[in-house]
Design a protein around this ligand. Structure first.
Ligand code: HEM
Ligand SMILES: *[C@@H]1O[C@H](CO)[C@@H](O)[C@H](O)[C@H]1NC(C)=O
Ligand SMILES: *[C@@H]1O[C@H](CO)[C@@H](O)[C@H](O)[C@H]1NC(C)=O
Length: 511
């Protein structure tokens, strides 16, 4: 995912466009050279005709920024198994998840974008090695650890509310684009938590140009994921020219420099600071022989993977609530009963805890879930090998069809969560009640079991608890402090991250 940003092309637009054209041209050439000759063992699987013939079909889909919608349309037309490129099958049946994302499933080269030999957990293809790499990163993401950081989150959320107040309500309320404000908050919280120092997004916005840069490069990186041979070729031949380096002045170069600084700062300490997530990894004797270059990859992914996911969740939740006033009324009612200070006091209700939110404002959890379902931050397909045995003897049955080993199989969070079989004819609507009184507990449990928003199985998102915690606390404080008027909902395209903008709102202090 965001990790891919390492393969970055240059900053300037011309360079990028030239690079994309180069990619496409070279790909076209390679298609002819590398196209599998002989029998086509997937010929009986339905899908767009071009998809059976060339990977460029999926490259073209990605470059539109609405690949997710195209995949959903393809499933509605061709059924639960769709051939999306010569060796890739997309699956839309959530019941197939356990067979695809099982304990021993290996990731395909789709994920490999780093030039070096060192792989962080996200790029690690091998399930055994992944398990080990994941294990050492787990402690700072545990529920206990997230819980312990509640005061830190409160402090940043308060700073964020103050920044929104001074910038956009004083002296008068003014219209502004809220789209990236969730990202700013999440980035500061996550960097402070993991590295002991925040990046300063609440104060300075995207001054480092990290967000702008990762968005600008999304299409090229996402396209290259679909052309693994070409990608390897480019990395070997031109790697040094394509990859940003720490401090080269590009947005990602800035992030790499900061990443190296964070690590050096922590390595320079002789004892563990229990409040710093990275210290929990560095000072664990079980990790003594750890390869620091691998850890650097993981750190980068924590920075890049955290913001546009949780940030997209927050922006869509705010938008969905404003577009569905009856939902907002219900949420406000629960919230005000839970957090309003007694009449005559003006204290900030900083004391509302996550535990209180969970027990007193159940509707908020339903709204968050519904937003992540309707507008999943990660929409693209997440491939695995159909079997972890590459010697051609294995295979797996998916949706009643036999899929031979060595085929790339994948589900998309967007496709699964817009399933009409699972969610009914109103799957495209925002309706949090579907998780509450309007469904049976059995259905709610099933929907949770087959949820793919955060992935599935051993590679499921490590930051899920943290993300939920931040989102709950942020939304309560935002709607507690402000009345919010929606002027424009904005829109976006999905590459690696969402390139979303234009969510125009006006804030008025309520308290
Ligand atoms: C709403 C918020 C989020 C969503 C929807 C989300 C989604 C996902 C998904 C779908 C995957 C699986 C990728 C795959 O199988 O290819 C994943 C993995 C991952 N996510 Fe998240 N994520 C979110 C928040 C976060 C946060 C806040 C962090 C870190 C602070 C984070 C860090 C990671 C990491 C490190 C992995 C890789 C785990 C592994 O390979 O074992 N994510 N996420
Ligand atoms: C992202 O969106 C902005 C505003 O719509 C647009 O100007 C920019 O070209 C987009 N970037 C990409 C990579 O699509
Ligand atoms: C294929 O690999 C599996 C394990 O990966 C092994 O058990 C099996 O014997 C192998 N089959 C052949 C024909 O090599």
């Amino acid at each position: 995912m965001e990790q891919h940003i390492r393969v970055l092309l240059d900053d300037d637009k011309g360079g990028r466009r030239a690079a994309i054209s180069l990619v496409l041209l070279a790909a076209l050439g390679l298609v002819f050279l590398l196209r599998r000759r002989g029998g086509d063992r997937l010929s009986s699987f339905p899908g767009p005709r071009l998809a059976a013939w060339t990977r460029l079909h999926s490259v073209a889909a990605v470059l539109t920024g609405r690949e997710h919608e195209m995949m959903l349309e393809a499933h509605r037309r061709y059924g639960p198994v769709v051939r999306w490129s010569p060796n890739t099958l997309l699956i839309s049946d959530p019941m197939a998840l356990p067979k695809m994302y099982h304990l021993r499933a290996n990731k395909t080269p789709h994920y490999n974008h780093s030039p070096g030999e060192f792989r962080g957990m996200v790029e690690e293809n091998d399930w055994r090695k992944h398990r080990q790499k994941r294990h050492r990163m787990d402690p700072p993401f545990s529920s206990k650890s997230v819980q312990d950081d509640e005061p830190l989150m409160d402090a940043f959320i308060a700073e964020w509310i103050d920044a929104l107040t001074t910038k956009f309500t004083m002296p008068n309320s003014q219209v502004f684009d809220f789209s990236d404000w969730g990202n700013y908050l999440v980035l500061d919280i996550v960097t402070k938590r993991f590295f002991g120092r925040e990046m300063g997004f609440i104060k300075h916005g995207d001054k480092t140009r990290m967000l702008a840069d990762s968005r600008a490069n999304g299409p090229a990186i996402h396209a290259l994921a679909r052309l693994p041979q070409l990608k390897q070729f480019l990395l070997h031949k031109f790697g040094r020219f394509l990859i940003p380096t720490a401090g080269d002045g590009s947005g990602l170069g800035n992030v790499l420099a900061l990443r190296d600084e964070f690590l050096q700062e922590r390595l320079a300490k002789d004892e563990k600071n229990p409040d710093v997530g990275l210290d929990q990894v560095l000072f664990d004797s079980a990790n003594a022989g750890m390869e620091l270059e691998e850890l650097k990859e993981d750190i980068l992914f924590v920075i890049l993977g955290a913001s546009d996911t949780t940030g997209h969740g927050i922006r869509c939740l705010v938008r969905n609530l404003l577009q569905n006033p009856s939902c907002l009324v219900r949420l406000r009612k629960e919230m005000d009963a839970a957090v309003m200070p007694p009449v005559g006091t003006t204290d900030r209700p900083s004391s509302i805890t996550f535990a209180q939110i969970k027990s007193q404002i159940p509707y908020l959890s339903a709204c968050i879930r519904e937003t992540l379902r309707r507008d999943p931050p990660i929409v693209s397909y997440l491939p695995r090998w159909a079997d972890d045995d590459h010697n051609g003897t294995g295979g797996v049955e998916l949706c009643g069809r036999f899929v031979p080993a060595g085929v790339e199989v994948a589900c998309s969070p967007y496709v699964l969560s817009r399933s009409r079989d699972m969610f009914g004819d109103d799957a495209d609507d925002f309706r949090p009640e579907r998780y509450l009184e309007s469904s049976t507990p059995e259905w709610v449990a099933k929907a949770a079991r087959y949820d793919f928003t955060f992935g599935y199985g051993p590679r499921q998102c490590i930051g899920q608890t943290l993300s939920h915690f931040i989102t709950c606390k942020t939304i309560v404080q935002l709607f507690y402090h402000f009345d919010i008027e929606l002027l424009e909902p904005g829109s976006g395209k999905a590459f690696l991250n969402w390139n979303y903008s234009g969510l125009k709102i006006r804030l008025t202090r309520r308290i």
